[in-house]
Design a protein around this ligand. Structure first.
Ligand SMILES: [Zn+2]
Length: 406
């Protein structure tokens, strides 16, 4: 056949899709899909999800039989303002997102208040704009964020709702909330200023209540001070008043949830206890969203990574479909980014391919107590904007001795 002829017929036979992922069990909670489906990707976007997409319609296909395919995970509590910031808390405790996200199926992270209005520009230039991971942020109500001297987060004079809201609005493409954290004083000032900034910028507030004090009871935080749609992170922290003397869940928690307060995991290094989480799960108080509070200490302790935290919930009785909802579509809605966390046609092809492994596993909480378990999720492959950015077993590669490919 003349070369000319070949080129013409190749052009005519141009496949519709760049990639088709075949035979995976697709879990897409927003679209109420939990079934074996094929997923096609074109130009970095989800192009089709259906029962059978012929491989001939795609440039490339990968067989994902026996694996799960979910939207790329959304971790809404992380610390990724890493940089050359010397001995400051933000620099040394934070991790660079791309080194920790894709290998656990995460494609979107929210930095929870590592920066404030004073140093957000630096965070944006150094990390947000340079990362392959989609990095969103909550601005700390403290202007200097978590950086600087150890007492910086106690400086109420640096809690400026106006300036915080101004910077949030200027960067509304990536700023998704206000963070209140680590305030140890007896007053409500940090929470109330955070809420004021949230009102000015029309975004939710996330609270790490830090030191629990009788002068400002936790019950009042979730029943009065926070607004519906605001987020309490560190739900299963030991200090949260959760159980009565008989081990029954306190009714105010359900009341707060009914008000619209969101309860997030925020596992972290010191904020997740099985003594709280196990009875809460048994008595019907699961988290609205699952998040890691990723930083250097938590990832090297019991938290480890997003899939390890999700696996803890699977072993406490949460269904896989439910766990995926709480780590994709739920957090996307909580941060007011409904374009994320699902596999609708036209949305960015951010995808996690997961293997659910059976075995004898141990999961460790913040008190270094272990829970044994039999199920664990492993990230086989992660795609960001349709591109494979993590591939544990080389499913996207040709065998080294395959001569049919150059
Ligand atoms: Zn945190």
């Amino acid at each position: 056949m003349p070369v000319f002829f070949f080129l013409v017929s190749a052009a005519l036979a141009q496949p519709r899709y760049d990639l088709v992922l075949k035979h995976a069990h697709v879990i897409d909670p927003k679209n109420q899909i939990s079934a074996i489906r094929d997923v096609a990707i074109s130009q970095g976007k989800i192009a089709a999800v259906s029962e059978n997409i012929p491989t001939s319609e795609a440039r490339k296909s990968i067989d994902l039989s026996s694996l799960y395919l979910t939207p790329g995970l959304v971790d809404m509590h992380t610390h990724v303002f890493a940089g050359s910031m010397g001995r400051e808390y933000t620099g040394e405790s934070c991790v660079r997102p791309d080194g920790f996200t894709f290998r656990s199926g995460v494609t979107t992270v929210v930095d929870a208040g590592s920066s404030g209005w004073r140093n957000f520009g630096e965070f944006r230039d150094q990390i947000i704009n340079r990362s392959q991971t989609r990095v969103l942020a909550m601005l700390n109500i403290v202007g200097s964020g978590m950086g600087g001297r150890p007492d910086v987060e106690q400086n109420t004079r640096d809690m400026d709702p106006q300036r915080t809201a101004e910077v949030a609005k200027r960067h509304s493409d990536v700023v998704v909330g206000i963070k209140v954290a680590h305030y140890a004083g007896p007053e409500w000032i940090a929470v109330d200023r955070g809420v004021e900034a949230g009102n000015l910028a029309h975004i939710p507030v996330m609270v790490d209540f830090a030191t629990f004090r009788p002068e400002r009871p936790f019950q009042e935080l979730v029943l009065k001070h926070l607004r519906p749609g605001d987020i309490y992170t560190h739900t299963y922290l030991t200090a949260v008043p959760m159980l009565d003397e008989q081990g029954r869940l306190l009714p105010y928690l359900f009341e707060a949830r009914k008000r619209g307060i969101i309860f997030d995991v925020g596992h972290g290094g010191g904020s997740f206890s099985f003594k709280q989480a196990v009875p809460a799960m048994r008595q019907g108080f699961p988290p609205d969203s699952i998040s890691t509070d990723l930083h250097v200490e938590s990832m090297n302790a019991g938290m480890k990574d997003m899939l390890n935290v999700i696996s803890k919930f699977l072993n406490m009785g949460m269904s896989l479909d439910d766990a995926i909802a709480r780590s994709t579509w739920n957090p996307a809605q909580e941060i007011h980014h409904p374009e994320l966390g699902h596999l609708s046609v036209g949305s960015p092809a951010d995808i996690a391919v997961l293997r659910l492994v059976d075995g004898d596993f141990g999961f460790v909480d913040s008190a270094r107590r272990r829970m044994r378990g039999t199920r664990k999720l492993v990230a086989e492959m992660t795609l960001r904007n349709g591109r494979v950015v993590w591939d544990l077993n080389g499913m996207n590669s040709e065998d080294w001795n395959d001569t049919s490919h150059k």
